[in-house]
Design a binder for this molecule. Sequence first.
Ligand SMILES: NC(=O)c1ccc[n+]([C@@H]2O[C@H](COP(=O)([O-])OP(=O)(O)OC[C@H]3O[C@@H](n4cnc5c(N)ncnc54)[C@H](OP(=O)(O)O)[C@@H]3O)[C@@H](O)[C@H]2O)c1
Length: 301
Amino acid sequence: MMRAVRLHPPGGIDTLSVDEIEVPEPGPGEALVRVHAAAITRDELDWPTDRLPAIVSYELSGVVDEVAGDVGDLAIGDEVFALTPFDRDGVAAEDAVVPAAFLAPKPHGLSHVESAAFPLAGLTAWQGLFVRGELQPNQRVLILGATGGVGHLATQLATWRGAHVVGTASAGATELAREFGAEQVLDPTAPFVGSIEPVDLVFDTVGGHALARSADVLREGGRLVAVAEEPPPEIAERVDTTYFVVEPDRQQLVELAKLANDGILRPAIDSVFPLKDARGAFERVMSSGKRGKVVIEVNHA
Ligand SMILES: NC(=O)c1ccc[n+]([C@@H]2O[C@H](COP(=O)([O-])OP(=O)(O)OC[C@H]3O[C@@H](n4cnc5c(N)ncnc54)[C@H](OP(=O)(O)O)[C@@H]3O)[C@@H](O)[C@H]2O)c1
C-alpha cells in the first residue's frame, strides 16, 4: 500500500485527503517511480476531470523502482523527473506509474525538490516562448507574472535566448524579477502604454486585466501567448493570440536540465510541504505573493 493525495467528488480543496491505496503496477511502456517530490500549480484543482477520485500534481522527481519489460532505456535506480499526462492519475503519492517516454534524467546539480519544480513550469515557459511565441534574440517580450511559477522560468529562458525582458511583479518582488533577468519591471496594475516601448511578444501567466491591457503594447504583427486563461474575444479579434495547454516533452526537458546543470536556469522554491499537509500546500499555491513553486516532499520511511 502507499499514501496518495487524492481529490474526491465533487472536487475543490475541501475534498482533498491523504488516502492509503494500492501501489499501481506499470503496464507496457511504463515505469514505477518512487516519488521524492511533486510540485503543484495554482488552479490545478479546477482543471476539468471526469475521473474523481484522482491523485493530484503532474510533475515529479524521483527514482525508478520498476520498469515494464518492453522499456529498454531506463534502469532501476535511475534518478528521473517529468511532466506527466493530465488525463490520468497524478503523482502526489509515494509511488507513481509514468509513461517511460516522458521520463528524463534528473538535473544532477539540483535536489529532488528543485527538480520537481521544473517540468510543468519549465515546459510551459519553453513552449510558450520558443514554440508558440517564436521568440528571437534581440526581440522584446513582456512577461506578465515574472516571479510566478511559470513566469520566473520564462524570464530566465527569454534572457538566455538574448531577448529583452520586461516583466510585471507586484510590490516587493521587483528586485527578484530583475535577478531573473528582467531589464524593466512594472507593477501589474500600472498603465503599460507609455511605460514601455512596444514588444514583439506578450507571454501571459496572470490573466484578467493585465492580459487585456497587454495587447495595447504589442507592436504591429506582434503575438500574445497566454496560459492562465483564454484571451477574451475582443483581444483575439485585434491581435494574434494563442492559448495552449503544455504538453509533456522529454527532449525539451533534457534541454532544460542542461541549462539547470550549467547554472543558467534556477528554479525558485516558494515553499515545501510534507505529503501529509497537502492541503496546506494547496492553500499556499492559491495565494498571491508567492516566489516560484510550491512543492510537496515525500519522505519514505
Ligand atoms: N495552459 C497551461 O498549459 C498552463 C501551464 C502552467 C500554468 N497554467 C496556469 O497559468 C497560471 C499561472 O501559473 P503559475 O504556476 O505561474 O502560477 P502563480 O505563480 O500562482 O501565478 C503567476 C502570477 O500570477 C499572479 N496572480 C494573479 N492572480 C493571482 C491569484 N489569484 N493567486 C495567485 N497569484 C496570482 C501572481 O503575481 P503576484 O504574486 O505578484 O500577485 C503570480 O506571479 C495558473 O492559472 C496556472 O493554472 C497553465
